[in-house]
Design a protein around this ligand. Sequence first.
Ligand code: NAD
Length: 481
Amino acid sequence: MTTSETGAHLIDGEWVTSSATGISMNPARPDEPVGEYPLGDGSTVAGAVGAATAALGDWAKTSFGTRAKLMEQTAVLIESRIEELATLCTLEEGKTLPESRGEVALAAETFRFHAGMAKTSTERIFPSPTPGETIRTVRSPLGVVGVITPWNFPIQIPAWKIAPALAAGNTVVWKPASNTPLLAVALARILHEAGFPPGVVNLVLGPGSMGQAIVDDERVHGITFTGSVPVGVGIRDAVTARNGRVQLELGGHNPAIVCDDADLDLAVPAIVAGAMGATGQKCTATRRIIATPGIRDELTDRLISAVSALQVGDGMHAGIGIGPLVSPGARAEVAEAYDAAVAEGAEILAAAEAPAGDCFFAPTLFAGSPDLSLGRDEVFGPLSLVIAADSDDEAFAMANDTEFGLSASVFTNDLWRIDRALHELQAGVIKINAPTTGTELHAPFGGDKASSGHAAREQGDTAVDFFTRTRTAYIRPGRPV
Ligand code: NAD
C-alpha cells in the first residue's frame, strides 16, 4: 500500500473533501506515507451534525429487524476485508499484523453482537398497587451522538461505540484520531456500503478542534469519548454544562500484583503481554508489577529473560512481536518518561533491542519505588516498573494508590486473596491470573476514579443504557365504550 490511499469525510451519504489536506504516516517507514486525507473544520462538523439531525426522525422509527440486518451486513463486510483492514491498521498505527487481524475480527464481532442485542427487549414491567394498571419502561434513542475516538484501537473502539449507538436508533457524527484517518474511512465505506441511510453515520476528519466543535454543538445530545484525561475532562465539563450526556473512557496506570503462591509459568507471559503488547499503548497496559518477598527474585529473573527476548521492528514483518510507537511525538513522550525514571534513580532491569528509527523504542523493565513518576503518571509506551511490597497488605495498598482505576491483575491460586482482590481493588476490570489487558465485548467495560466518567459502562448489555432514554409508562385500562 502506498500514497494511493485517499480519504474523504462522509456527510449525508456523500464523500466530501476539504481544501486543506493531511498525510497519514507509517510510523515504521516514515518515508512511505500511507495516504492523504482532508482536514475539515467547524463548517464540516456543522454539516455533519445537520445531516445527523435530519436523519434522526426516520432512523429512530426503523424496526429492530432493519437495524439488525444492516449491522450484520457490516460484520460480514468487515470479515470479507480482514486482510485489507488489518494491513491498513498496521501501516497507520504500527501494531503488528497479527495484533491488527485480531482487532479487526473483534470489530466485526462487535457489530454482530449488537445486531443480536437490537433484537433483545430492554423493557421492564413492574407491579402496580392500582388494580388493572401496568407499569412499564420503554426506551427511545438518545438522539444525535458524537463519537470521538483515539488511535490506539482505531477500528475496535469506534465499533464499540458506533454499533450500540446505531442499534439503539441514534444517528452518529464520528471524529477519529488524526493518526489513523484512513482506517476510519475504510470502516465508514463499509457502513455506507452496508446500506445505512444517508446521514445516519457521518465521518469527519481533522484536528482535535473538530471534536470540540461536535462537543459544543447543542444539536448533539450525547458524546461518547475515549482518549486522554485532560481532553476527557474538558469534554465532560462542556457537555454537562449544557445538560448533555457524556461517556468517558480515559487513562490508566494498571497494577499486576504477584503473590507468593503465583504460578509463574502463567504470570510471566501474561505480565509481559499486558505491559508490552501493542507497544504498551493500551489504556489497560500493565505499568506496575507489585511483587511480594517470597516470589520477587524468581519473578524478576524470568521477566528479565522475557523482556530481553522481545523482537521489535516493522509490524508488517513476520516474527515481530512489538511494533513502533504511533508517531515521533509519542516516542518523544516515552523517551522523556524513560529519562525521568533514570534521573529519579530507577534501576534498569532489562531492555529489548530496538531498530533505529523515528518511532521505535526499546521495551524496558525498571525496578524502583512506587513514588517515581513512572510509578504514578500514565506512560503510553513499553515501560513498566517492578515494585517490591513487604506483604499482601502493602501490595494491595500500593495497587490502589493511584488516581486511576481502569484494570488490575492478581496472580494467585488462593481463594481468600482472590476474594480480597474482587472486593478491595479499586478498578473497573479485575483479572485473576490473566493480563490487565483484553476484555470480552459481551461483558461491561469501564473504569473507576480518573479512568472513566460516571455514565453507563461500555460494551455488553449495559452499552444500551448510555444510548437510550428510559420512559416509564403507567397504563390503566379504560372502560369499554
Ligand atoms: P487524545 O485525548 O489526544 O485524543 C482522542 C480524540 O480526541 C482524538 O480523536 C482527538 O482528535 C480528539 N480531541 C483532541 N482534542 C479534543 C478536544 N478539545 N475536544 C474534543 N475532541 C478532541 O487521546 P489519544 O492520544 O488519541 O489516545 C491516547 C489516550 O487514550 C491515552 O490516555 C489512553 O489511556 C486513552 N485510552 C483510553 C481507553 C479506555 O478505554 N479507557 C482506551 C484507549 C485509549
